[in-house]
Design a protein around this ligand. Structure first.
Ligand code: ZN
Length: 470
């Protein structure tokens, strides 16, 4: 009996022990699964739609895991107060270094087009976990500074429904399409109120000199390049609205489409037909106030629009394949930041000068191309021979013929610095308005008027310089 009682007690404590160990195992398993989903380098980032809080936690985690190659900051807040987080990656993530071009990716501008947001988080995971072990990643981060804004419209994302084609969540909290809210170079009446998300981008473009960029959308599979709009002037050619750098933009769009698993075929989505998987934006459909035109015209940044999924909000199970289809294209596109020529312009005293005009023969931009606040310039060009003329008040114009190789091969554009010589006399130049060298600003108020004024003053300077030269 006692034995029986003892056995019963033993069995009872055994069951309690088993229950305890099962519970403990469950807790350990749940803890493991939780850590598995967040530990960045051990297993990779789980493929799912992270909400804004989860995304913020992930970015902060990455930043603390890789403090030497990442810097996390917010460029502003959405209408509902969500931070617009940007993770910067590079050998010197906290500050610009001379000769290191700035690159950016922007995702989720339309809140219900969510694949870009997922892919950019995966790209962050990929780049950080492979730095110093993967030669391509290492060279990319050593030679450029990469800025990633996974979600430009977090309010729209949070209000989206998981639907392929509807528009719920496309707009920001105020019901505004952010890709129609930028100042437009071709529109006279473009004084609509800027949204907070758009203001944040415009200020961002003022604080960094971006060279190359792409913004990621969904609902089609195609690479679209500027212009998106036209005033039906000389830029309109055979139904396309083309920039003076059309060859470069076609190369950029092609680089993405041909490094993508399917995009180059042009018929990935039902009924679509984009030869070679790219299109001029205006030719596809015209729009005013778009972000890519703003980047190019006002910030000297070459930006294209990437449509990367037929379904705007696909099933999570489809995300790994979408990442694999886009990964080589995302990496190949980043390398293009090294196209062309880069360098500095110095005055006769050897000081670096801002707003020196860099004129490449045959490529007159709507806004003259200029050196940035560091006295640097980065001019994306395909291989070939180009004539550069640098113009700066009080100095002789300097002209150089430059042979350009394919920079992405060596992860560096060709370097060409200009040391300008002072004019012997410069009475005319000193009479020029001071604003000649400082008037061409990004972030215009009255956009069309200031564009015209900038162009006129720049051309005046050009003509006077040439008169003095001849
Ligand atoms: Zn879109």
């Amino acid at each position: 009996m006692r034995v029986t009682s003892h056995t019963a007690q033993h069995q009872h404590s055994n069951r309690r022990y088993q229950t305890f160990t099962q519970g403990a195992s469950m807790i350990v398993l749940m803890l493991y699964l939780f850590l598995w989903s967040w530990l960045p380098s051990a297993h990779g980032l789980i493929f799912k739609y992270h909400n804004s809080l989860e995304m913020e936690q992930y970015l902060k985690g990455i930043n603390s895991t890789y403090p030497s190659i990442t810097h996390l900051h917010s460029i502003g807040r959405s209408v509902e107060g969500r931070e617009l987080w940007v993770l910067i990656l590079g050998h010197h993530p906290r500050e610009h270094r001379r000769g290191i071009p700035e690159f950016k990716y922007v995702g989720n501008m339309h809140g219900n087009e969510v694949v870009g947001r997922v892919l950019l988080l995966q790209l962050i995971e990929y780049l950080t976990s492979r730095y110093l072990t993967d030669p391509l990643v290492t060279r990319l981060l050593n030679s450029s500074r990469v800025h990633i804004l996974p979600s430009m419209n977090p309010d729209g994302f949070e209000s989206s429904t998981r639907d392929c084609m509807n528009i719920v969540g496309r707009y920001n909290k105020n019901g505004v399409d952010l890709n129609r809210n930028f100042p437009d170079a071709f529109e006279v009446n473009n004084n609509q109120q800027r949204q907070k998300e758009v203001e944040a981008i415009m200020n961002w473009l003022n604080t960094e000199t971006f060279v190359l960029s792409a913004n990621l959308h969904g609902g089609a599979v195609v690479a679209s390049y500027p212009y998106d709009n036209s005033k039906r002037g000389s830029e309109l050619q055979e139904g396309m609205s083309v920039t003076p750098d059309n060859d470069v933009f076609i190369h950029l769009a092609k680089t993405y489409s041909f490094n993508h698993t399917d995009m180059y075929k042009g018929n990935t989505c039902f009924g679509s037909n984009f030869p070679n998987g790219f299109t001029n934006g205006y030719q596809w459909y015209s729009l005013a106030g778009g972000m890519q035109d703003y980047n190019y015209v006002w910030a000297q940044c070459f930006e294209i629009t990437l449509e990367i999924s037929c379904c705007k909000y696909p099933q999570e199970s489809e995300l790994p394949a979408l990442w694999e289809a886009n990964k080589p294209a995302l990496l190949a596109y980043m390398k293009q930041v090294h196209l062309g020529v880069k360098g500095v312009v110095m005055d006769s005293n050897g000081n670096l000068v801002q707003n020196a005009i860099i004129e490449v023969a045959g490529r007159s931009n709507l806004n003259p191309f200029k050196t940035d606040r560091n006295g640097e310039y980065y001019k994306l060009l395909l291989p070939g021979t180009y004539t550069f003329t640098v113009i700066y008040p009080g100095h002789k114009a300097s002209t150089e013929t430059i042979s350009v190789l394919y920079g992405p091969d060596t992860f560096s554009a060709v370097t060409q610095n200009f040391l300008l010589q002072k004019l012997d006399y410069s009475p005319l130049i000193t009479q020029l308005p001071v604003s000649t060298t400082t008037s061409v600003k990004i972030n215009p108020g009255n956009n069309s008027a200031s564009l015209l004024a900038n162009t006129v003053t720049a051309l005046t300077a050009l003509v006077i310089q040439r008169l003095l030269r001849s």
